[in-house]
Design a protein around this ligand. Sequence first.
Ligand SMILES: [Zn+2]
Length: 941
Amino acid sequence: MQFFTEIYREKLPDYNITGIVFEHNETKAKVVKILSDDQNKSFSISFKTPPTNNKGIPHIIEHSTLCGSDHYTTKEPFADLLRGSLQNFLNAFTFPDHTMYPIATTNEVDYQNLMKVYLDAVFLPRVRNDIYPFYQEGRRWEKSEDGELKFNGIVYNEMKEEETNPVTLASRVISQKLYNGTYIYEAGGIPKDIETLTYDEFLKFYEEHYHPSNSLTVLYSPLSLIDNELTILNEYFNGKGFKTPSHVTDKDTNISGTFETVQYPIDSEESDEMKDVFVYAWKINNCDPELQFALDIIQQLMVTVEGAPLNEKLKELGIAKNVTSRFESDFKSPYFAVVAKNADPSKLDQFKQVVNEELQKIVKDGLVYAMLCAYAHTHDDPDLFRSLRVNWIITKVREGLNNHYLEDIVQKCFIENNKHIIVRCVPTKGLTEKWEKESQERHAEMSKDFDEKTIKEIENTCAELKRKQQAEDTPEQIATIPHLRLSDIDKKGRDFSLEEVKNSIKTYRKVDVTNGIVYFKYFFDLSDLTLEQLRVADFLASTIKSFNTKQHNYLTLGALIDINFGKLTFNIETHVDSHLGTTTEDINHVKPYFLISGKVLNSYITDGIKILAEILNDIQFDIKILQKKLSEFIVRSEGIIKNSSFSPMSTRIKSYLSKQGVIEEYLNGITSYLEDVKLRTNFEKEGLSFLHSLEEIYHTIFSTNRCTLFYCSEENIKEDVLKQLTSLQEFLHGKEMGKVQEYPNPIVKNEALQVPIKVNYVSKGFNYASMGITFNGAFKALMEIIEKEYLWNKVRVEGGAYGCWLSYSYNGNAIFASYRDPHLYETLTTYDKVVDYLENMKFTQEEIENYLIGIFADIDAPMTVSGFFNSCCNSYLNNTLGISQVIREQLFQVTLERLKEQSSIIINGLKKNTVCTISPQEAIKKQSGVFSEKVNVFEKV
Ligand SMILES: [Zn+2]
């Protein structure tokens, strides 16, 4: 290839692949080619983008480059590609010092198409000549209905949400105190700084950094594609000349050992007891891959794994209820932090002292050897690039086991490292309100000199933006986006069937290429348990590895589990009969199971079964451990409800739609959290009897007649594996099944859950099975179109929410949901207005085909062995085997008329007015009449 020179080539024997580095002659742009015969191909291009302020420029560029470019001229090629291609990965990321644009697909034509679209996006984006993508993704003034001037913008809203998380706030302090240079700035942006960003600054940053000389391209694909790939790259690199690459600076400060404080918001009605967060952070200079890998292990052994010494000590002394760690390796010199959540504010000094003492102890006594073996054994990281260099480091670490290798690192990186600080995050009431007031004042100040003309301009800009957002792409624009045809798609889908095996336990298996790993699942039927008993069983599942057994304490037991199993988990799963045409009666028969699932090497199964037998028979239940786990669960749930509110919202709304949802909410939802809090409050009275129920369930549920075994292994060992897995039977001493229980019916609600957050999670749903509807290909296509077309435009692009979905499943649920949404009532109205959209829906067959391609991209995305095995088990347990092939065939037949026929399902479903939102108090208050029920989740009890 005349435009590129090969400068380096290396065989990577661990993985039997070769890496080649090319340099573009003119611009010196580097291109790494990894020769691979993987069916999946991937491409990425990255630019160094070190920020020099907190205005979020790298992040806003990342978003706005994807809003159209010179050759791909629709409003949002990114969204078009999500539906018109077989891509299985299409994204963009802003890191602290660089920005990356990766894609992946299994189709060769698609791969080259996507590569071109992405290169066009980064080198020829519309936003360099047109300010509107900047307004949309970055920031713009907007006049609200009551005449107030404020800011809106997708990145602006996205970063607002980050501000309530104490760990994010602490990490800002850490980078400002320990770092000098690039990393003191937040590449994502801080809202009040984003407000001051100008389009000129934005363009200047773009011009400076988005140059081939400042880029790195990675191609993971077969050798046969190399000429095409380099030709495509040259089209974009050619003629740009050489430019000195951007410079990332990373220097030390002279701050060392200080205590810093930062406030974070909690709800005014929430208790602030034990809500501090302490963060002890060390900056690690000169961190090479070897040190990084070693620190990763140290993090596991010191903090993360069950029973890790530092973690246990801090909890034991009542300093904190929950201890985690953070290794921020996106920085050139990373920082390592011990994070103590739900900490006691009076014990900050003790926190520092204990951490230091524990570190000294680790250096003196050494880290637990058994755990280290376990770690090395289970470390099968799917990240290709890390794997490439993992083997020699593992060898080195193992050789170093007896000569203090890790302990010396602890000594050097922590004990002797004076680049450290401690940040205390103080829970503060009224802070969100204060911030809101400050931003109102700030906006008033910023806009005080706006004359009528300026305000008119703002209104015009918003109106014009809205017009552009609503304008349909022209056929010429649409024609610029490359897409595959239905004829490129295979008519036959995957086969999820299992083979039923004659055995003394009911058994099903799948034979697959698994690299010698065996995947297994033991399902124990719990249909004779009451709802309350299921909750106890769920508790059992989450605590079972935390108790001692007659033979071992839980630490050793944990190490034995890790040594023998690649993974071993316990949880409760529910299944319902979801065959095509399933009825209310079918989905009312919910089957709950206690599930033991894991992966193990064939040669380890016999030892593994012994451990499992011990866990299922010899646990010594202990009230103290129960109490400790209970408070851990409460802390974890609180974190999830506040920081990942989407999941509790989805669980909640499903409880209005089906019995299965009622059970899931009772076990994993906000109800379960509130039950946990109740138990904690009354623990003196009720703790012991709860422990007894735990014990009773434990002695009941593990029996052969409740058990169904599923496993997946290689062909040549399948019989041997069967024998070994069946041997667990000798150790199953539970009781026969009793009478099958009836579970409570769902109750339709429209409910608002108040939580101290800044944004909304808004959902509305219905169950089509209970309406007598049979799932079909056209219905599936219609829902996908509503999600990717209507919701995307209305809720995300126009509304400013970070995400929005219309999700559905064979059990009948169909749910509209928004994520990090600035609006609540407007979004509900948008959901209802889908009716208008459906009535006026017009597509050409080609447009429909495009959507179908996107649907097949999801259906045919590459699956891991364990993911595939899961789907096989689920299709058996949910009685859905064969549905996907029927739906697949129906998808090829979708026409506008068939889509229209399905509209009434959605129109009628929405009439049921089943709504759930998780929102801040201020948002709910605005039109509280909409909701028949309001719950303040963190009300003091
Ligand atoms: Zn973003």
